[in-house]
Design a protein around this ligand. Structure first.
Ligand code: F0G
Length: 357
């Protein structure tokens, strides 16, 4: 059999879910490895929260290390279809890494606006490596998004933030995968909330599968903001959002309405967890499950630990969305333990240091 020179026409979410995406005959079909992420059964956290069927959807296993790739493949494919030569986004880091990678794959220029000093080093490294033009805005994400919106209105650049509906379309495919893997929707879905595009996308995916009778139920959507950046919980924008979880350091989310709709229509909730709770969950995930996620992703696990006792989870199926990889933010990982134990290159010294003698 003669194999085709490219896998790109037949793999990935553009192909697999084309009937449920805005894919036309003119849409370029390509694939960087996005989608089909693992759904991993919890071992030790499941015991802690008293829930046997607790799963982690490892969206950190997407090609650039975050869920953004699902939305980006659709947004960039549509941008190419429409003749764009450049893409633009504001980002706390992951969107910029993803936009830069997909733009490189398609030969487009990428412009990314990031809040100066508040983006994890790994994410910056990704944008730089892929050849994006990175502008460090002297302001926060909300200010950068405002400027990006203005620029995309004035210049022929494709805006690839989640206000681009193609991003939401692509990201809803994660909900499809969860239903496909479990045979139905879970009872509860725990997800971090920043600009609020992803919770909007998951809800859309679950509703679509329910309406198509592929799923018999819809999950309660449990969204988690960081306490210092919790505008939806507080009911008003936060002017100076602050949190260790830099990915969700957002004071005026563009997807505010979508997040509220997801929470209200599903009988769920949007609530907040403190930085201490986020960091405790971050360490538990890494040390009790072997999952190295970034702090923003740990926010939903912190939410599960906080709300779990009142939710009677024993008989429930629960999924936590692990949105981004811990390697993106090595500084946070090493913050508590920057110093390593130095030992001479001698057998007995190493044995002593290991407390084996
Ligand atoms: N988790 C991670 C790792 C993220 O990077 C983000 C958002 C979220 C959760 C929240 O998702 O914004 O759809 O509610 N990151 C964006 C960015 C804002 O620019 O990379 P959301």
């Amino acid at each position: 059999m003669i194999s085709r020179p490219s896998n790109s026409a037949r793999e990935g979410i553009l192909h697999r879910y084309r009937d449920r995406l805005p894919v036309t005959d003119a849409t370029p079909m390509f694939y960087l490895g996005e989608g089909e992420t693992p759904l991993v059964l919890s071992r030790r956290l499941a015991e802690r929260v008293g829930c046997e069927r607790l799963y982690f959807k490892l969206e950190m296993c997407n090609p650039t290390g975050s869920f953004k790739d699902r939305g980006m493949v659709v947004a960039v494919a549509k941008a190419v279809e429409e003749g764009a030569k450049a893409v633009l986004c504001a980002s706390t880091g992951n969107t910029s890494a993803s936009a830069a990678a997909y733009a490189a794959h398609c030969g487009l220029d990428a412009f990314v606006l990031v809040p100066r000093g508040n983006i994890a080093r790994g994410k910056l490294a990704q944008a730089v490596a892929h050849g994006a033009r990175v502008l460090a805005i002297q302001g926060n994400f909300d200010a950068a998004l405002e400027i990006a919106r203005e620029i995309s209105g004035r210049h022929p650049v494709a805006m690839v933030n989640s206000i681009n509906p193609n991003r939401i379309q692509g990201q809803k495919t994660a909900a499809f995968e969860i239903v496909d893997a479990l045979g139905d929707a879970p009872d509860l879905l725990f997800i971090p909330v920043g600009n609020a595009g992803n919770i909007t996308a998951y809800w859309r995916g679950f509703v679509e599968y329910y309406q198509a009778e592929i799923a018999a139920r819809k999950p309660r959507m449990m969204g988690w903001q960081a306490a210092g950046a919790a505008p939806i919980v507080r009911g008003e924008p936060v002017e100076n959002p602050e949190t260790v979880a830099s990915a969700i350091r957002i004071g005026n989310p563009a997807g505010w309405k979508g997040a509220l709709a997801a929470s209200n229509e599903s009988g769920g909730a949007i609530d907040a967890v403190t930085d201490d709770e986020i960091m405790a969950a971050y360490h538990l995930l890494a040390q009790e499950e072997g999952i190295f996620a970034e702090p923003a992703s740990a926010a939903c696990v912190a939410g599960l630990l906080k709300a779990g006792p009142s939710l009677e989870l024993a008989e429930k199926t629960v999924v936590c969305i692990i949105t981004g990889h811990g390697l993106k933010d090595p500084e946070t990982a090493l913050a508590d333990q920057a110093e390593m134990t130095e030992v001479p290159a001698e057998l007995d010294a190493v044995e002593r240091a290991m407390a084996l003698t």
